[in-house]
Write a protein that binds this ligand. Structure first.
Ligand code: KIV
Length: 287
């Protein structure tokens, strides 16, 4: 399989053009320089510095403890690794809920200090004043609907959203509201595929699905999930493109045993010194 390399910069406008042209949008999460560099070289359209970093990088149980400082730190690293991808940074829990003013200030920090090209926040109609103000400040914004992890305590767990008629109607209304407020695109998480299809047809902005079926205009996955880094995490919607976790574990194990049995390092891993220098050190009894 060939890698489709990026040669031009992805932007808010180019992502929207992809929807118009029927060209599916690829998005992956990344949280550090080296992973972002590899994804960028592989040709991904968008990199999401998700607040999922709280769980997959920092070991928290959910995303609620993630701070603005965490997001800025990781977004800046990702942006140093990426030349072409459109970089979207998540606004963490409580960075936009308290007021429209706080939302604009914090979105601005992700752009100024983290070098993000856009920000993402969770919610529908209730956060439209924040979306409008951020977009008015010339910061592209990606909305996030369906299973929104920052609402885990309100939802009572990670559950598929929009399954009954009332919930489906609300989801469609929220999608239209965030579009009207100026969102560049909308992430749909854990939404039944047929409902995502309806939303995708009703919107002129792209839908990017995670657990939302094949009809979305694009797809996003958390990279640790799609690379099989953690053996105990296997959501239904994830396809594993590699088993990197077991590869890494086995490499770490071989390294440890080669140290123990002195098969590493060998001569090819060692630096040389002129033997005359060593002989002199020995003969002069310096050692
Ligand atoms: O934080 C994240 O990684 C996300 C994706 C799951 C869409 O919001």
């Amino acid at each position: 399989m060939t890698v489709e390399e990026n040669t031009i910069k992805n932007t808010a406008a180019s992502i929207q053009n992809q929807k118009r042209n029927g060209d599916k949008i690829s998005m992956l999460t990344a949280y550090d320089y080296s992973t972002a560099k590899l994804m960028d070289e592989a040709g991904v359209n968008c990199i999401l510095v998700g607040d999922s970093l709280g769980m997959v990088m920092l070991g928290y149980e959910n995303t609620l403890a993630v701070t603005m400082e965490d997001m800025i730190h990781h977004t800046a690293a990702v942006s140093r690794g990426s030349k072409y991808a459109f970089i979207v940074a998540d606004m963490p829990f409580m960075s936009y809920h308290t007021s429209v003013y706080d939302a604009v200030v914090n979105a601005g920090r992700l752009v100024k200090e983290g070098n993000a090209h856009a920000v993402k926040l969770e919610g529908g109609k209730e956060v439209c004043p924040q979306i409008k103000a951020i977009v008015d400040a010339k910061i592209p914004l990606v909305a996030h609907l369906g299973m929104t992890p920052q609402s885990i305590n309100a939802f009572g767990g990670f559950k598929v959203q929009g399954k009954d008629e009332a919930a489906a109607i609300k989801l469609i209304a929220d999608a239209k509201a965030v579009e009207a407020a100026g969102a560049t695109a909308v992430v749909l998480e854990c939404v039944p595929a047929e409902l995502s299809k309806i939303i995708t047809h009703k919107l002129s902005i792209p839908t990017i699905g995670i657990g939302a079926g094949k009809y979305c205009d694009g797809q996003v996955l958390v990279y640790q999930d799609m690379l099989g880094i953690y053996s105990n995490i296997a959501p239904k919607f994830v396809k594993r493109y590699a088993e990197i976790g077991s590869e890494m574990k086995s490499a770490f194990g071989r390294y440890i045993s080669e140290i123990k049995d002195s098969t590493f390092p060998q001569q090819e891993h060692s630096y040389k010194i002129d033997s005359a220098v060593i002989e002199k050190l020995i003969s002069e009894d310096i050692l």
